[in-house]
Design a binder for this molecule. Structure first.
Ligand SMILES: *Cc1c(COP(=O)(O)O)cnc(C)c1O
Length: 410
């Protein structure tokens, strides 16, 4: 989002015009940002045979998936429903990786029938899969290397208490199951879930995966998951993608030489591709002065963007209606009957009732984690592409809320 002649714009489109046309609360995504981030990754890994799988749980709108397909990404999915949406969006089955956690054989078998790549993350399913399919359906195995490249255990999946993946220390057991059921392992995977603060720590995890990979002779790819951190505020840190690209590529290419085959290197970013591209625009319903602060109460809340309340995430806020206004301090809160605070003590250009505020970095885990709590409608979604604002999800209505409820004889 840029400010041009006191008007906020997203890739040339006036945000106030978009809000006027489609109403608030409104999610708006900038296709240019998504494409730019995708290209940045591809460039950082240009010396390897890299493939980017968009982790679509971050933002699942089918039009975003179609955009990803168009710019060249494959897809990473965590449920059979995401697989089905991916197929509908036009991805070929083999362009979709299915990485579920704690699902039963029934759903896994469905994934087999749909023909997608399957990533198995526990020994029990590995055994059942081997007994049922043997070498007829190649699989990928999710290894947990137990590394912590960043500090947040709420989002980390690599620590020792984590439910994700098969511990790298159980390698012998994996090998036994693979051998006795004749499984064909075409890929190894890790996704530590933590933000990559330190490229070298991440590299150590990758090294563990390379070591494990020597034990499997039919590999086609190694998948290093995600962990690409983006900036949420000005002084926040972000993963150094170029340094990561350089260091990982060097080690990966050396591994391939030793392995005797050029494998594919896969990453599965969600947040990195879409976070910055997204904005949540909300209307200020009331300004409420209390003894402790001035609240700006908006027509949204934890039902639309739960990250501030769920992860203590910082989302930058801008008053897009009053670019010239003098700075004042506000606490921005939602309209849900919970303490749904978007931000304490934010310095904003003076906020008046009826102004529109923008929550930045709302592209990832924003709409996709939204709900109908308090029987509120979820927002509409708009994609800015080629200088146009395209509606990609209409606003909900009361029929939507009641659609799956039975009007039973009570
Ligand atoms: C959620 C998820 C990702 C994406 O994580 P981001 O932090 O959004 O990049 C990648 N791989 C798997 C298996 C995931 O569950």
């Amino acid at each position: 989002m840029e400010i041009i002649n006191n008007e906020y714009q997203i890739s040339g489109v006036s945000v106030l015009e978009v809000c006027k046309e489609f109403g608030t609360p409104l999610y708006v995504y900038d296709a240019n940002v998504i494409e730019r981030n995708y290209n940045r990754l591809i460039n950082a890994f240009k010396t390897t045979n890299v493939e980017i799988h968009y982790a679509c749980k971050a933002l699942t709108n089918i039009n975003i998936l179609k955009l990803m397909k168009k710019i060249g990404a494959n897809l990473d999915t965590v449920s059979i429903q995401e697989v089905q949406i991916g197929l509908k969006a036009g991805f070929a089955p083999q362009e979709i990786m299915y990485t579920p956690n704690c699902v039963g054989m029934e759903e896994i078998s469905k994934a087999v029938s749909l023909g997608v790549k399957i990533n198995i993350d526990n020994i029990s399913i590995l055994e059942q899969f081997g007994n049922k399919y043997g070498d007829s359906y190649p699989i990928c195995i999710r290894i947990n290397p137990h590394i912590m490249a960043g500090g947040n255990t709420k989002i980390s999946t690599g620590h020792i208490d984590s439910k994700f993946g098969i511990s790298v220390y159980q390698l012998r057991h994996i090998e036994r199951v693979v051998k006795s059921t004749n499984l064909k392992v075409e890929g190894l995977h890790m996704h530590t879930g933590s933000d990559i603060l330190d490229v070298d720590v991440f590299l150590n995890g990758a090294e563990l995966l390379f070591d494990a990979a020597k034990h499997f002779k039919d590999l086609e790819f190694l998948d290093l998951g995600s962990g690409f951190k983006v900036k949420y505020s000005k002084d926040d840190y972000s993963t150094n993608i170029e340094e990561l690209g350089e260091k990982i590529s060097e080690r990966f290419n050396a591994f391939c030489t030793a392995y005797g085959k050029e494998l594919k290197l896969i990453f599965e970013p969600g947040k990195f591709l879409v976070s910055e591209s997204g904005f949540l625009f909300v209307n200020v319903n009331v300004i409420k002065q209390t003894m402790s602060t001035v609240f700006a109460g908006v027509d949204s809340g934890q039902n639309h963007l739960i990250r501030p309340m769920f992860y203590d995430a910082y989302h930058h806020i801008t008053n897009v209606s009053n670019a010239e206004g003098k700075n004042r301090i506000y606490t921005v809160v939602g309209y849900i009957c919970e303490t749904d605070t978007f931000g304490w003590d934010r310095k904003l250009n003076e906020v008046r009732e009826g102004d529109i505020l923008c929550l930045h970095n709302a592209g990832a885990y924003g709409f996709s984690m939204s709900s109908n709590y308090n029987s509120r409608y979820r927002p509409a979604e708009v994609l800015i592409k080629d200088g146009k604002a395209i509606l990609i999800r209409r606003r909900e209505n009361l029929e939507d809320i009641l659609a799956s409820q039975i009007d039973a004889e009570i």
